[in-house]
Design a protein around this ligand. Sequence first.
Ligand SMILES: C[S@@+](CC[C@H](N)C(=O)[O-])C[C@H]1O[C@@H](n2cnc3c(N)ncnc32)[C@H](O)[C@@H]1O
Length: 397
Amino acid sequence: MLSSYYHTENSDFTLYQGDTFELLHQIDGSFDMIFADPPYFLSTGNGKVNVNGQYIKFDKGLWDRVRSRDEKDTFNRKWLEPCTKLLKPNGTIWVCGTYHNIFSVEKCLDELGFKIINIIVWQKPDPPVTLSDKRFNFCAEYLIWATRRSCKDYTFNMDTLMKINGDVQMQDVWKLSAASAWEKQNGKHPTQKPLRLLYRAILASTNIGDRILDPFAGSSTTGIAANLMGRQYVGIDESKDFLNLSIKRKEQINNPTHFLEMKQRMEEDPEQVMVLVNHARPELKSKMMETGICYVRIGDSKGSVLVTYGFERMQYVLLHTNGEDTHLFRLRSKGTFKIWSKETLEGYGFHPEHSPYYAVFNFDNSHEISFPKTPNLKNKINTYRARIRPLEDFFDE
Ligand SMILES: C[S@@+](CC[C@H](N)C(=O)[O-])C[C@H]1O[C@@H](n2cnc3c(N)ncnc32)[C@H](O)[C@@H]1O
């Protein structure tokens, strides 16, 4: 019987340590989804990348060393073949890559009787600079999503995806940043995937309670996303260091506060446009509209705005009085504010009373934006508190 490196009591997170080529033949059970982030074969051992103008060594590790075309095919066939046996008849497999490995993966999948459902382009809005003046800057990775050629009823949660995508069909280009600091609180893996990428793949192709296998676990981003979404996870990696990092990440989300925080951040749409919703008395609102200046008290109290996730995507301000008489304007600069003293505001004809300092948002007062929907601004939330809400709250019926 195969012994795990780590497993939770309810078996929703199991890790095996060792060579995936051997372990994949020993693992029990069948899986609804396989998510594989295998070596891309990028590291030459002496490569360099330009990071903020400085050339630094580029080496993901021995496991990522460049290989010949035949070696790549042998490598990919060796893990894909046992994987296909572990996949349920209507299960699907996701494999990440760049041009270095993805053609070999596609070739092996085809030989093993698989068909491609989609190839997702993961576009990074903030890619590192490509060290060459002879090619375009690399800014994308690819995810092959495939199932058996005979399978017609694989899971695709189209309605759920539409719900998180403004009620339109999601496209195969996903614009998502690389893993950020909030995902690396327990340490770093050199090729850590962002949770938001896994969130979309898992949401698309599995249901609550489904089992997911990850033959190249690394820091187990797949497992963390899976557990945050109520799915079960089995991961394999040869590196104890990476598995120990996986355990730390798992133990962090055992804390209910961290669980909720990570889930919330994972589910956030990084492209959603946000609106500052600000209550003002009628005279004050008129003055704000006349000057193009909206201000709120700094700090966590009535009438203040909290700088929370989504703040950086704030592009509009909605002024209202007691939840009524609403006016929408575009901010002059996205996601930023100035700190003004009470005296500076008085210089513009305002009479602030509650605090010596205020956060000031300049907006384009020459053009009021009409919107079809007036959401219930009073609903269960303090009307007087400045809040940040998605723009679609005001436009979608
Ligand atoms: C691209 S990384 C996976 C990163 C992961 N998706 C994450 O978000 O952290 C590939 C991983 O495969 C592991 N690996 C490579 N070859 C392996 C093998 N033959 N057996 C087991 N693990 C292997 C490496 O240690 C590395 O952590």
